[in-house]
Write a protein that binds this ligand. Structure first.
Ligand code: 13P
Length: 230
């Protein structure tokens, strides 16, 4: 299983360092085949050592240059970071990242050999229209994306389940993952959206779920490690 923690705009450099220390300790009990990723805010990126991978929540598709407020490859290379989240619904919505922009970013980091956790997800109104519309919406988020990239991990995160405390149901995750797995040639597929210690066992047991992308419940090292060790 893959367990990825997305801190979003939470934690400081100091609190991330404390978190990592605590996590390192707790991960001693983790199974060898399980993989853990932490995506802290950009100011907390560092070359931490431990049984986990540090990735970036975002970066600009350039080595360096005049891109005010962004970080590029040069800043990631400093810490040996080779994993990135691309296509998160919050960036698509609040930062107005279009499918075009997202796919350009994907192509750049693919070219650089990054491991890419590529996020897709539908809003509530699409879910309410029925499954056919959901799949149409989700598949459109693969426009311009090389689904055969060998370092691709897909994360399905229904927008209505993110940060709401209300995860998708087992049935919803199960049918969506089955259809997505077919579409992405069986690449690893994570579920995200209110995954937490209370529902992790149920989510992990669903066929087609290869792991979870966790927001709120990853912010506390104890809660996140509880999920990893579940
Ligand atoms: P929550 O776990 O807080 O719902 O967030 C999910 C998410 O967006 C992870 O990228």
């Amino acid at each position: 299983m893959i367990y990825a923690g997305n801190f979003k705009t939470n934690h400081t450099r100091a609190s991330t360092a404390n978190y990592i220390e605590e996590l390192k300790d707790k991960l001693r009990g983790k199974s060898l085949e399980d993989r853990v990723y932490i995506f802290p805010p950009a100011t907390a990126l560092d070359d931490y050592e431990g049984d986990f991978t540090i990735g970036t929540q975002n970066a600009y598709p350039a080595q360096n240059g005049a891109y005010t407020g962004e970080i590029g490859l040069e800043q990631l290379d400093e810490f040996g970071i080779k994993s990135i989240l691309i296509g998160h619904s919050e960036r698509r919505e609040y930062m107005a990242e279009t499918q075009d922009k997202v796919s350009q970013k994907f192509a750049f980091f693919q070219e650089q050999g990054f491991e890419i956790i590529y996020c897709i997800g539908e809003p509530l109104e699409v879910r309410e229209n029925g499954f056919e519309d959901v799949m149409k919406y989700l598949l459109a988020q693969f426009d311009g994306i090389d689904i055969n990239y060998d370092k691709l991990i897909v994360a399905y995160e229904p927008i209505w389940a993110i940060g709401t405390g209300r995860s998708a149901t087992v049935e919803e995750i199960s049918t969506t993952h089955r259809a997505l797995k077919n579409a992405i040639n069986d690449r690893p597929l994570l579920y995200g959206g209110s995954a937490k210690p209370e529902n992790i066992k149920e989510i992990k047991a669903i066929a087609g779920v290869d792991g979870v992308l966790v927001g709120s419940a990853s912010l506390d090292a104890n809660s996140f490690s509880q999920m990893v060790l579940s």
